[in-house]
Design a protein around this ligand. Structure first.
Ligand SMILES: [Zn+2]
Length: 133
């Protein structure tokens, strides 16, 4: 490997890091007297290429409340939660289930096999295994 290759590799690596930071997802909330809707829940799931049910289950576990997904309204649940708190839950989900642990890209695939969940990275082929949520 010559010096130029090394520099190129370095640049590509840096690009990967920037790429993961570019995934800025905004939550579009509708806050009612008793209910909150994450109106763009479906498109957020689509954006990160994850199953609605899977992301919903994660929120359910973190908030310890009953949540409903209604296609026309989004993710609906009772209670009062700050936007930042819901964002934090989403970010934790992304860290655990979307971003590759090795290269930090979000070009990953989640596959579920029994009680095991596997995140495989399309960019570097790194695999992370979890017990099911
Ligand atoms: Zn990777």
């Amino acid at each position: 490997m010559n010096i130029l290759d090394e520099i190129l590799e370095e640049i590509q690596y840096n690009n990967n890091v920037i790429d993961s930071r570019e995934l800025q997802l905004a939550l579009d909330l509708e806050v009612g007297a008793k209910e909150i809707c994450i109106k763009n829940f479906e498109s957020v799931c689509y954006e990160v290429n994850r199953n609605i049910q899977h992301v919903k289950n994660y929120f359910k576990k973190e908030l310890s409340i009953h949540l409903t997904f209604v296609k026309s309204r989004g993710l609906v649940f009772k209670g009062k939660y700050a936007l930042n708190y819901l964002k934090k839950i989403l970010n934790n989900y992304l860290d655990q289930y979307v971003f590759c642990k090795k290269c930090k890209k979000h070009d990953t695939i989640l596959s579920i096999n029994g009680s095991l969940e596997r995140i495989s990275c399309n960019a570097c082929n790194f695999i992370t295994n979890y017990e099911k949520i």
